[in-house]
Write a new protein. Structure first.
Length: 65
């Protein structure tokens, strides 16, 4: 679960969440993504970012007001 302060949804916070998601995706699926990217001639960083964005939908966000 990710706790956010409602007043702190600036771009820096969003980038932090995306960075955290990238690390999580890379730890879980890094080898598989690299293999897939190499096999299909896709840029690994682009694929990682797309999967990290998709991974954000799995988070449970709690907004404190």
């Amino acid at each position: 679960m990710v706790y956010l302060n409602y007043t702190n949804l600036d771009s820096e916070t969003q980038e932090g969440l995306l960075s955290m998601s990238k690390k999580e995706v890379e730890n879980r699926f890094g080898k598989q993504l690299k293999s897939y990217a190499q096999h299909h001639y896709i840029n690994y960083d682009t694929l990682l970012e797309e999967e990290a964005i998709r991974n954000l939908y799995n988070y449970d966000f709690v907004f404190n007001m």
